[in-house]
Design a protein around this ligand. Structure first.
Ligand code: ZN
Length: 271
């Protein structure tokens, strides 16, 4: 009898602990989803009327940034979910449409950042050289989540003959009249990951990340081919930016989380 009561007490304590842990886990998941789903400090981006950003539908709020320059219109990343309508909306904010887009700069070619490629198939797609076979579907990512995603549902890739690609083999500057967009190789999250600096904003792709519980940090291992390489790439990138004496006021992740750049943020996104 005593033993039975003791066992019952032990069991109910265990059940309570499981319920508490499960409540905490659910809370953490909700916080993580909220953190992933909301934008952060998008007002820090280059201002309208010559630049605009939007997030596309879907659980990960992938960002599309569009800019009008003296030498035409370009976009950085192409969203996911309702990507084509998101692209049209953000272009309308700079008084442009898809036909005006000259360049589509990709931070990388994970499925959640290339959704609207068919809408700008006439443009020149710019990406790191090692990203090209992944964008075309000729080579697969090795990161855990991208592999699972691909196993569940194939990504719609372009064929090489239907688009024009400018493959970056190193840091590159693109001059658009009075504007310059600089591209920097930051391999790791994916082999051809690239960060872009435009009007003092560093578009870091998924080489930087934001979580509701963790704040800003570097690439996450679950989504990355080589997370250590990504962190090293971000450290090397900041060293190059310092050497160039480049002005970098804001950093934005590819999931629309932005922050002013200071030494604390630099330390966070390089580890
Ligand atoms: Zn990614």
């Amino acid at each position: 009898m005593v033993r039975f009561r003791a066992a019952t007490k032990g069991t109910s304590i265990a059940r309570r602990r499981i319920r508490t842990a499960s409540r905490r886990a659910r809370g953490a998941i909700v916080l993580l989803m909220l953190g992933a789903a909301c934008t952060r400090n998008l007002h820090l981006l280059p201002p309208s009327p010559t630049a605009a950003a939007t997030t596309t539908a879907g659980p990960w709020t992938s960002m599309i940034f569009a800019a009008r320059t003296d030498s035409g219109v370009f976009v950085i990343d192409l969203g996911w979910g309702r990507a084509s309508s998101g692209l049209r909306d953000v272009l309308a904010q700079i008084d442009a449409d898809t036909a005006d887009v000259r360049y589509a700069f990709l931070t990388h070619a994970h499925r959640d950042h290339i959704g609207a490629w068919p809408s700008v198939a006439h443009s020149t797609f710019v990406m790191g050289r090692d990203e090209v076979p992944r964008f075309l579907g000729d080579s697969a990512y090795t990161g855990f989540a991208p592999r699972i995603g691909e196993a569940i549902n194939d990504t719609h890739h372009p064929r090489a003959e239907e688009i024009t690609i400018h493959a970056l083999t190193g840091d590159t500057a693109f001059v658009f009249g009075r504007d310059t967009l600089r591209a920097f190789a930051v391999p790791g999250h994916t082999p051809g990951s690239t960060a872009y600096l435009f009007r003092e904003t560093l578009f870091a792709g998924d080489a930087a990340n934001y979580g509701a519980l963790s704040g800003f940090r570097g690439a996450l291992s679950i989504y990355s081919d080589d997370v250590d390489a990504s962190h090293a790439s971000m450290r090397a990138l900041f060293a190059r930016l310092d050497t160039l004496e480049a002005r970098v006021s804001t950093l934005c992740t590819a999931h629309a989380k932005c922050a002013p750049v200071d030494s604390a943020l630099r330390a966070r996104v390089t580890r």
